[in-house]
Design a protein around this ligand. Sequence first.
Ligand code: CMP
Length: 142
Amino acid sequence: AIERTFSIIKPDAVAKNHIGAIYNRFESAGLKIIASKMVHLSKEQAEGFYAEHSARPFFGALVSFMTSGPVMVQVLEGENAVVANREIMGATNPAEAARGTLRADYAASIDENAVHGSDAVESAAREIAYFFSADEVCPRTR
Ligand code: CMP
């Protein structure tokens, strides 16, 4: 089915000038970018976005990293978009990411791992709504 997923290019990949290369991976795989913006997350925004991880030992480092510089947030649309994007990204830990995936190519560590992608259609809807109003999402008509 045609799905939408939410994606973040994290501060490490933005700082290394990989925005275009990563967008090319999405588009080459048939995913359409139907919403996009650059934001420098506040501590409150990052804590709210990652609330499900608030009890994890890495939470403080995660929030600190995610607020360390601007990120690109985008909505990707396409066939099976949630799983398709997870395949493009590769495993959370770049040491375990398959060759040719974004994490294998652009991530330095599990903490600074270049990209985030929704893990399910339900979380995608929640994450999209966290960053984008309805009028900022622009499905293609051609
Ligand atoms: P992300 O998909 O953005 O969701 C939470 C992030 O926490 C994850 O990517 C990793 O970058 C980071 N993280 C750090 N340590 C861990 C861990 N042990 N397990 C899962 N995520 C971790």
